[in-house]
Design a protein around this ligand. Structure first.
Ligand SMILES: OCc1cccc(Br)n1
Length: 447
């Protein structure tokens, strides 16, 4: 076989044509389905680097890892609040005529499992997961149909210490990957602001989610369209005006003037900002009344991480959702959490020149110098592996030129050569590839 692993044609290990070659076999499309990604080694290294940070931060905050099926009953996501996430549900009927969906988010699965576990899980529940989420979007916008989301949720803590803990954990993540408060911030508000306005105009409770979903579009569609949609769900002209006014206030002080200081919204926000001061991440936060987030079930504090240059979509988002459980027919439990996607953060790291250099590294490459020593070489490789070394074992007889090229590709520290004369003397040859220093080592002394 050819001595080189050239990227085209002359690949070593080329086989004689198989039975399908020449037959009228249709060449498959080697690309993944529209909107989905492969993760070849270099992309998988970056993904693992990021996910390991997610998991390490979750561990630092005492969260337990959980997981759920990517496939869920469609009923988990069929909220009637006009959410985009429902319009784009990747749903179908399975062979048992069940309506199922690829999950578009993770929070409903968490609620399902918490309800399933019932009283057997002591509160507060602090769970995290990193899972793939799906949407079926007409590819008109060429956007992705899947992404991975890191979620952390705290169940059973009504006070804003829970939101402070979640925000603190995301700040910890940002710091670990080199992002500072001059790169990103969190816009923070509370849906209780909207609740208090809607209550003033006796807007029925069941419209709350719908109103929030409409208002979340405030920077995406013309304000006249927002007004039209709000009136369409039954809000009076006055209520619409008041809502839009309150969403444009620029500070907590101004909000307090408008809403009075007795409401929960002001109290929660003041307490959260005070906690952020004490914990040490207040520079990352700013009050922004226009933040409502697009999920219908949020009921209190909501926040989203944004890049201060304003070039990217939201990096992460979350908030309190104290009534999600009752929408699943269970007793309500206080709850808050966030979702942090794997795509925008990578765009941000690219922008900031913070992508890590991640290469395949092995400790040793082991090679037999003679065909009949392959088995010995494999035995040497396993001695090293039992000592915890990562070892690239050359699996075919190759010229040394090829071995050195392979050693460079796998970034081996050492080349271990198994040759006849050395073997007779009970030693192997070792070459430190960075310094070209070489010596012989007794098998028993290999380390
Ligand atoms: O952030 C909304 C979302 C949900 C599922 C998949 C993708 Br890509 N994006």
């Amino acid at each position: 076989p050819a001595e080189t692993d050239s990227p085209t044609g002359g690949r070593s290990g080329a086989l004689t044509p198989g039975p399908s070659v020449g037959a009228d076999v249709q060449k498959i499309d080697v690309n993944p389905p529209k909107g989905t990604r492969d993760f070849p080694p270099e992309d998988m290294r970056l993904r693992n680097w990021l996910f390991n940070h997610f998991k390490e931060v979750s561990r630092l905050y005492g969260f337990e890892e959980v997981d759920y099926p990517v496939l869920e009953s469609e009923a988990l996501f069929t909220r009637k609040a006009g959410e985009e996430i429902k319009d784009q549900l990747y749903c179908f009927e399975d062979r048992g005529n069940r309506r199922v969906a690829l999950r578009p988010e993770l929070t409903p699965s968490l609620a399902r499992l918490v309800i399933q576990k019932g009283k057997s899980v002591p509160l507060p529940i602090k769970w995290f997961t990193v899972g793939q989420c799906w949407r079926y979007e007409r590819m008109t916008r060429g956007r992705r149909r899947e992404h991975y989301q890191w979620n952390m949720d705290i169940i059973g803590v009504p006070g804003v210490m829970a939101e402070a803990e979640l925000l603190s954990s995301i700040v910890t993540l940002f710091k670990r990957i080199g992002i500072t408060e001059s790169d990103v911030g969190f816009k923070v508000s509370s849906r209780k602001v909207l609740q208090e306005v809607l209550n003033c105009y006796s807007v029925p409770e069941h419209l709350f989610g719908k109103v929030c979903v409409i208002i979340d579009k405030i920077e995406k569609i013309p304000v006249d369209e927002i007004k039209k949609e709000l009136k369409a769900v039954g809000l009076s002209q006055e209520a619409v005006q008041k809502l839009l006014q309150v969403l444009s206030v620029k500070s907590l002080e101004e909000l307090e003037e408008r809403l009075g200081s007795s409401g929960e919204a002001i109290a929660d926000l003041k307490q959260l900002f005070s906690l952020a001061e004490k914990i040490g991440f207040s520079k990352w936060l700013q009050f922004d009344a226009s933040v409502v987030r697009g999920l219908a079930y949020y009921t209190g504090i909501v926040f989203e991480g944004f890049d201060r240059e304003g070039k990217l979509r939201a990096i992460c988002g979350g908030g309190r959702y104290d009534h999600l459980f009752s929408t699943f027919g269970a007793d309500d439990i206080a709850a808050c959490g966030f979702g942090f996607g794997d795509a925008v953060i990578v765009e941000l790291l690219k922008e900031k020149g913070l992508l890590p250099e991640l290469n395949l590294n092995v400790d040793d490459i082991v090679c037999a110098l003679d065909e009949d020593l392959q088995g010995r070489a494999a035995m040497v490789a396993n001695i090293l592996r039992e000592k915890g070394h990562s070892v690239e074992l050359v699996l075919e007889s190759k010229q040394l030129k090829w071995v050195f090229k392979r050693a460079a590709r796998v970034n081996a520290e050492r080349l271990v050569l198994v040759g006849n004369s050395e073997w007779q003397r009970g030693v192997v040859g070792v070459k430190i590839l960075s310094t070209a220093e070489q010596y012989e080592v007794k098998l028993d002394d290999l380390k």
